[in-house]
Design a protein around this ligand. Structure first.
Ligand code: ATP
Length: 216
């Protein structure tokens, strides 16, 4: 499976969770097959791209039939490691951190925030949902003991690099960075940045400067 995953282009891999969520919903509603046009409308990816993406998965849609929902779902589950729980830690239980803990992710897939960390004494030992908040002093120990692989950073940006260095030394594999800080990590660690302020500004810029014409 790992080898099959390697062959999928990164742009395609990024769309997998999108396809996965939509197909799970279709499956729950009892649908057996789906056309690329239906998928395209639902996930807002053009149907030529969908057909090319799906051809990497060995899923060849038939004219007038479409794609088999069950086949695609089981493929995605394996590819996205949905059958294996990836343990996630959240660092910084402020406003955004609390929102993410309340949201938790297990509703849509097999990813779950297992533990949280903060420095604020009043928060240590309390829980948000079923997630316990630990002291930062225990970071390395808990991350190792619980075999946490991914960390979400919702701390002030000034603290981000120091905490990242500690996470790297505790063998974390990936970081989802919600702070505006640009982080330095060894090449083997994967970092994805989500800067909500930049995303919002960028959307507004595009609305103003690149309005979507009716024909597109
Ligand atoms: P709040 O309203 O709770 O202060 P916020 O999101 O507005 O939240 P931030 O200053 O961004 O506030 O801090 C987010 C969280 O990160 C807070 O709960 C804070 O206690 C925590 N925090 C700050 N510094 C660290 C650190 N070095 N390590 C871990 N957590 C930290």
């Amino acid at each position: 499976m790992a080898n099959e995953t390697m062959k999928i282009p990164q742009a395609t891999a990024k769309r997998l969770p999108l396809y996965y969520r939509f197909l799970s919903n279709l499956h729950s509603s009892g649908k057996q097959r789906v056309s690329s046009a239906e998928l395209s409308e639902a996930v807002k990816v053009d149907s030529a791209t969908i057909r090319r993406d799906f051809s990497y998965f060995g899923a060849l849609g038939k004219k007038g039939y479409g794609y088999n929902v069950n086949y695609l779902l089981s493929f995605f589950r394996k590819t996205l490691d949905q059958d294996e729980l990836t343990k996630v830690a959240l660092i910084g239980v402020g406003n955004l951190g609390t929102a993410l803990l309340n949201y938790n992710f297990s509703k849509s897939n097999n990813t779950k925030i297992e533990v949280a960390f903060d420095v604020e004494e009043s928060k240590i030992g309390t829980q948000v949902g079923d997630v316990k908040i630990h002291h930062m002093d225990d970071l390395e120990k808990v991350v190792r003991d619980e075999d946490i692989q991914v960390a979400i950073l919702t701390i002030p940006s000034g603290a981000a690099q120091t905490i990242t260095d500690r996470l790297v030394s505790a063998n974390i594999k990936g970081i989802l960075n919600f702070t505006p800080a640009r982080l330095t990590v060894p090449p083997a660690i994967r970092i994805h940045h989500i800067d909500l302020a930049v995303e919002l500004q960028s959307l507004i810029y595009f609305l103003k400067h690149y309005p979507i014409s009716e024909e597109e």
